[in-house]
Design a protein around this ligand. Sequence first.
Ligand SMILES: [Zn+2]
Length: 384
Amino acid sequence: MKKILIQAASLYTEQEVFDCGDLLIENGIITAFGKTPIKVEEDVEIIDGTQLSVLPGFIDGHIHGAKGADTMDATKQALATIASVLPEEGTTSFLATTMTQTHEQIAKALENIASYKGQDGEATLLGAHLEGPFIHKAKKGAQPEQYIVPGSIALFEHWQQLAKGKIKTVTLAPECDEDGLIPYLYEAGVNVSAGHTTANYEDMKSAISKGVRQLTHLANAMSGIHHRDVGAVGAAFLLDALRVEVIADEVHLAPEMLAISFKQIGSNRLILITDAMRAKLFPDGTYDLGGQGVHVKKNRATLADGTLAGSIVTMIDSVRNMMKIPEVTLIDVVKMTAVNPAKQLNVFDRKGSIQIGKDADLVIIDDELNIKYTICQGMIAYKE
Ligand SMILES: [Zn+2]
């Protein structure tokens, strides 16, 4: 594997931002960086980023599909399509996210994720995000109601076995867990995310005491703020134990709500996700999501009754939308797209920041937030 030297205008490392910095990649790993030029031998590929900013690659912890492919297709080709197209939007690793479907379909999707062998130069598949079926029918969103079941340790254990331990996040409704699944998952090191839930504020506090540490797509499929019960959204604002997923497509959350969320929650707890479905990067039309027709027009994906059904947003467009908020800086972006998701998924020892010894997962952008390069584990996976 060829060594790469990046000469950057701005280098967003874990400790500080360097104005003018060099970064060296060897064998897929960041081996050196600094303000002073790094001397190298001849057989090194040099990336001239002297007008550009170098950030850690984006980690999308909640994505169903892209470019015609969906996790629930349960094929190697579907995961390969998603993994190979994500670097175009700056994503260097992701969780393939399942839908509420039959037990057999979920099992197939998980087995497929477990057996997937990634290729060089594509985004890394970190594992699975199990969205449902342990959710509340009253907040089902686009998850098909007939397959919703109460929380079950036995069923989860069965799936986690098929997934070879690759289920990293579970979205569940805390009020539907009478089996002790939440403390079980917490003990097992799985990221427990409350979502598709009717939980009120007190329910959320109780859920946190059992091990919930995240909220799935803020304000969507959960109780909003009421002045006598601030609900799950109020819990996101007030309770520091929660990291909070946001879909920054300006459809799932109005631009004003993104600004309020940023002010209340801040970049130390927000996590940008796309929740994208297979129509991302495809023209408007009708697409399948969990056996249902989804109509995609402009930037909205909806079921026949108008329910939002995932997004078609990219990570870089989410970043652009967040950067419209005057207080948001690229340092905030690094936290919301890389540091926080890496910590939440227990991979911060090797991903999520620019640090010696970590995977060389990088996104290189210009001042207009255009992606010039995306590097996945030391390989140039996308170049404008
Ligand atoms: Zn989703």
